[in-house]
Design a protein. Structure first.
Length: 113
């Protein structure tokens, strides 16, 4: 059964940076796209970024130019480098592959002064 463990969240001031990590297991990691998603209080979960199996990355307009997604197939891991953080980036962040069969617990990112 595939599962995901997210880590690296925390409290950061506006303009700061965080690097999120995602450990995946239970499936053929390198054969699937990997994505990051987030859910703010009272809002629907939204897509943030995806890195395809071939390494191409795409981003939501709200994070383009500030966030960078990467993956390490040997470690079955994905990462989200978040720079120039804003208050509106505050959310619970999740990772998942394109199957989205189940979700991890997420890691909380809070941007506040």
């Amino acid at each position: 059964v595939q599962h995901f463990v997210e880590s690296g969240g925390g409290l950061v001031q506006p303009g700061g940076s965080l690097r999120l990590s995602c450990a995946a297991a239970g499936y053929f990691f390198s054969g699937y796209d990997m994505g990051w998603y987030r859910q703010a209080p009272g809002k629907e979960r939204e897509w943030v970024a995806t890195i395809r199996a071939d390494g191409r990355a795409i981003y939501a307009d709200s994070v383009k130019g500030r966030f960078n997604i990467s993956r390490d197939n040997a470690k079955k891991a994905a990462y989200l480098q978040m720079n120039s953080l804003k208050a509106e980036d505050t959310a619970l962040y999740f990772c998942n592959n394109d199957l989205q069969l189940n979700w991890g617990q997420g890691t909380q990112v809070t941007v506040s002064s």
